[in-house]
Design a protein around this ligand. Structure first.
Ligand SMILES: [Fe+2]
Ligand SMILES: [Fe+2]
Length: 279
């Protein structure tokens, strides 16, 4: 399967045109059809689709990596263009999500979950197809399902919470899933925010597919938000991995992106709005 990935939603703009926002969305063209992975937070996905000539009406399926607003907030805008379409996600995509920040002794809570009711999205045309386990969506296209946490150096983000039975508790992100395309030259792995841990996800993908060669790993890696041990452990693992291209975006953070560039040279690219990666 040949694949072309165009970044339609991202924090940074690097192509003179297009709009940035806090979020992530990738338009995926394959010889089996076109797909949308995440929808950004809603301000720019449709405008960027027009700027970069990616027809959202052609999208066969939408995949949602997890329930944060910066990945799901663009759903209504996309649905108004696309109409009826399958939207694949984990059941916990609809959970309430909270970010808690402490600064100068002051605590601020923000709601960061999916900003729209399921029923509203269904009225706009979403047909939710929910999965918990690793699932083949179409021949050669998989969602990871829930990812086992195995590495010692990938820790949960201590600022992220969810609400369970009226209580605010640390978010374990059972809904965090990534997309896999089984390409001619290896697997293409597309991450949302990698809240399960980028390396946990890669190991899970290798376990489930029985394959070890990646032609590309792209998307949000969350590497800059956590501990130095996580960045070091992740870089050490990635250097041993058979991976041709690393194209990070969104929650990777500039410091971690620079480090990956130093380590991987020309195999590294930053996926800003409008970037295209072909494999
Ligand atoms: Fe995100
Ligand atoms: Fe997230």
């Amino acid at each position: 399967m040949k694949t072309r990935i165009t970044i339609l939603g991202e924090n940074l703009v690097g192509k003179r045109v297009g709009s940035g926002e806090h979020g992530f969305s990738a338009f995926i063209e394959t010889d089996r059809g076109n797909y949308l992975f995440d929808t950004g937070s809603g301000q720019s996905v449709v405008a960027n689709s027009l700027t970069f000539d990616k027809d959202l009406r052609s999208v066969k399926k939408i995949f949602l990596s997890h329930g944060h607003f910066d990945h799901t907030g663009g759903l209504p805008e996309v649905l108004k263009v696309r109409g009826k379409v399958d939207a694949h996600a984990h059941p916990n995509v609809f959970s309430d999500r909270i970010a808690v920040h402490k600064e100068n002794g002051k605590e601020t809570k923000r709601f960061i979950g999916i900003p729209y009711k399921r029923r509203y999205l269904e009225f706009l045309g979403a047909h939710f197809v929910l999965n918990v386990a690793f699932t083949e969506m179409e021949k050669g296209i998989f969602l990871t399902g829930e990812v086992p946490r195995k590495t010692s150096f990938e820790k949960p983000d201590p600022t992220l919470y969810t609400e369970l039975d009226g209580e605010t508790v640390p978010d374990t992100f059972p809904d965090d899933q990534s997309l896999i395309l089984d390409g001619e030259k290896g697997l293409v792995l597309i991450l949302g925010c990698a809240h399960s841990g980028m390396i946990n996800i890669i190991q899970h993908v290798m376990d489930k597919t029985g394959k070890e060669t990646f032609s590309a790993i792209v998307g949000g890696t969350h590497l800059d938000f956590l501990t130095p041990e996580q960045l070091e452990g992740s870089v050490t693992f990635l250097k041993k991995l058979k991976v041709e291209k690393i194209g990070v975006s969104h929650c990777t953070g500039m410091k971690a992106a620079c480090r990956l560039h130093l380590e991987f040279g020309d195999r590294f690219s930053y996926g800003c709005v409008g970037s295209v990666l072909e494999v």
